[in-house]
Design a protein around this ligand. Structure first.
Ligand code: PMP
Length: 299
């Protein structure tokens, strides 16, 4: 399928408080966010007209900006309303929603004290991250880049700059014939994939690395709750790379990935099993519930 470039599509983008025709949502080339990666973003998904866990995404967006030293000049209520307005204006019920905030072009140097903070929100159809490979299980190569320590980069924020090593790792994995990469952390322990958190089944229990130097995904937290609701034992702990051979099931969790089975990491092979299938089903059901029902279940 031919790719339609992202700047050559129809629709509307919310840009600093106004709905702008898609092709007019442009920036100047001397924008701080482009040169110094002073941008933070979100990836959200709408199912049947509802953005799943919208407020959690909006809170994380605001929090990511604070970690990068700026305040987004819109309240959480205003950002939520703008995300919903983008869906409505584009007539989407099922879509991916992408808010992004960045420093503008008032200053272009490492110091960016006088820059204005901008916010844009776009939405587009995006059925799933791994296309047809998803239910078969995806294959992960081992990344050469490691997730940085929390005192080396602002790892708790969903900051644009942190994706530089993700793109490099994903490209390397794709060049080697894999779908994605498994990244280790700065200590050499298992971390996450390039755009989703990782879960492992050991002895019938669901284990996942502690998110000390990577994003504590909203899907990750959702899946942990779903597993506990099924009386599964959920363990957050350091997972050593030597343990990868012992896992009986592996899956990824992320807004775009949803719950995706993994069938290979490097030289290790896995067969998606009962636990992965149960959680895929529970997640697919939950995301299609009304926001009130989702909130009720999380209580
Ligand atoms: N890690 C990374 C690097 C990601 O990009 C994402 C997707 N936002 C996740 C984890 C999963 O986060 P969430 O479940 O909140 O989408």
């Amino acid at each position: 399928m031919a790719l339609v470039p992202f700047d050559d599509r129809d629709g509307w983008i919310w840009f600093d408080g106004e709905m702008v025709p898609w092709r007019d949502a442009k920036l100047h080339v001397l924008t701080h966010g482009l040169h110094y990666a002073s941008g933070v973003f979100e990836g959200e998904r709408a199912y049947e007209g509802n953005i799943f866990k919208l407020r959690e995404h909006t809170d994380r967006l605001i929090g990511s900006g604070k970690i990068l030293g700026f305040d987004i000049p819109w309240t959480a209520d205003e950002i939520d309303a703008a995300c919903v307005a983008v869906l409505e204006k584009n007539n989407f019920t099922n879509a991916y929603v992408r808010p992004i905030a960045w420093r503008g072009s008032e200053m272009l140097a490492v110091s960016a004290q006088q820059t204005k903070i901008h916010l844009a929100i776009a939405a587009w159809a995006w059925p799933n991250l791994f296309g047809d490979n998803r239910m078969k299980g995806v294959r992960l190569g081992m990344a050469q880049w490691r997730r940085p320590a929390p005192d080396t980069a602002p790892t708790a924020s969903k900051a644009a700059g942190l994706y530089m090593i993700g793109t490099l790792s994903k490209h390397q994995a794709e060049a080697e014939g894999f779908d994605d990469a498994m990244m280790l952390d700065y200590k050499g322990d298992v971390a996450e994939a390039t755009g989703a958190n990782a879960f492992f089944v050991f002895n019938g229990e669901v284990h996942t690395p502690k998110p000390v130097c990577f994003l504590d995904g909203i899907t990750r937290r959702t899946v942990m709750k779903l597993a506990k609701a099924r009386q599964m034992t959920v363990v957050e702990r350091t997972i050593k790379v030597e343990e990868l051979k012992d896992a009986t099931e592996v899956f990824l969790a992320g807004t775009a990935a949803e719950v995706t089975p993994v069938r290979q990491i490097g030289e290790h092979h896995y067969t998606p099993g009962q636990i992965t299938e149960t959680l895929i089903g529970d997640y697919e059901a939950l995301v299609r519930m009304s926001p009130e029902e989702v909130a009720r279940r999380a209580a």
